[in-house]
Design a protein around this ligand. Structure first.
Ligand SMILES: [Cu+2]
Length: 115
């Protein structure tokens, strides 16, 4: 079963743009393997793809906190949502790692003007 989530327009656009870029990039990497390009060159591209996908998860996590989590807290379901959030963080190790510092702070600040 799945639950629907409310996606803020900017997060939805950002996630879709990033995923579609990954799709194009992935086709390129498939081509590199088919052409039997130099292994480290392919690995570099795979690593870049992983980084791009982690950014997608960061966008999704931010959306989740700004929508579902806040709503749940307001509805008095804080305990339940904290447990779920801790579970959710497992899907986004990049958020808590050193990589998180590289997060784009400009878009961050813009997104926080909503309150
Ligand atoms: Cu959510």
């Amino acid at each position: 079963m799945w639950y629907a989530t409310t996606m803020k327009e900017e997060h939805k656009r950002s996630a879709l743009n990033r995923l579609k870029t990954v799709r194009g990039h992935l086709d390129g990497v498939i081509g590199m393997v088919e052409d039997e390009r130099y292994c480290p060159d392919i690995m570099k591209q795979v690593s870049a793809l992983q980084g791009s996908l982690e950014k997608v998860n960061r966008v999704l996590l931010q959306n989740h906190v700004e929508t579902c989590v806040l709503d749940a807290v307001e509805a008095g379901r804080s305990e339940q949502v904290v447990d779920e959030l801790m579970e959710t963080l497992r899907y986004a190790p990049g958020v808590t790692g050193s990589d998180a510092a590289q997060h784009d702070h400009e878009s961050h600040q813009k997104e926080h003007q909503h309150s």
